[in-house]
Design a protein around this ligand. Sequence first.
Ligand code: PPS
Length: 290
Amino acid sequence: MEPSKKYLFEYKGYYFGVETTPEYVASLEDFEIYDSDIFITTYPKSGTVWTQNILSLIIHEGHRNGTENMETMDRVPWLEYNLKQRDYTKLPLPRVLATHLPYYLVPRDLKNKRGRVIYVTRNPKDVMVSYYHFSKFMKTLEEIPDFNLFMERFLAGKVLGSSWFDHVAGWYSHAEDFNILFLTYEEMKKDLRSAVLKICNFVGKKLSEEEVDSVVRQATFENMRKDPRANYENLPDEWVSKDKGRFLRKGTVGDWKNTMTVAQSERFDEVFKEKIKTLPIKFVWDTDEM
Ligand code: PPS
């Protein structure tokens, strides 16, 4: 089943949502990179919003101490979905941008090791289940109520973001082209403080013990969920069905077991298991492995 053109278009073998255009995506190759730039790069549903918040809390004192009230999307806008048609040269430095781009479509200079990339992965069964629920909530995504059908789409890479495996394998196998830090959702979940410190170290930001405590406290699932900015609660009604879900849904490791049947999990393994072994990541599928 091909994805509906109402929601997606393909550009150089990668599926984008129609909120952007092929022309704009093509122009990103020449997007000027500053040495101080930080890109949060993910396959969808892997911990993007979480990492956006962490970076925003680390970099912006006004976010950390609550004196500034700014939407996460304004603090850390999307590269390829420039929804507010902003001039990104006017963002405060260091600029932090989020992207789901595959390694081969990012700005040229990023590949020349200008700027920094933080790439976050998550075990793909949790990614897929999170994506399934998210598709009901986001009006900009095609809703596929039948989970079996959704899974086949996901496995075939016919969703926004294309193939999960290609995305992750592409970024890992081209790591040497980038100034890159790899993190996993599961390690962030296991030890958020260590992940925050790794990020601080990577972006060259020194925070006091108290400031690190404050970032960690505000970046927990429970506290982010209460924060309307972190939870993207102010998105317009034409984008989201507020009665059908929320951005911060469960925030756990292993939730796939609550949606996938044993047969579905086996089908998933059939497609991905051998391929996954080629990735230099030890996937954590459930909390008992943490
Ligand atoms: S998106 O739409 O691609 O930007 O989605 P993304 O932010 O990458 O992924 C959404 C999932 O991340 C979970 N999340 C968190 N988990 C733990 N702790 C914190 N603080 C946190 N913030 C976001 C969010 O709940 C989505 O996962 P699910 O499994 O659906 O709950």
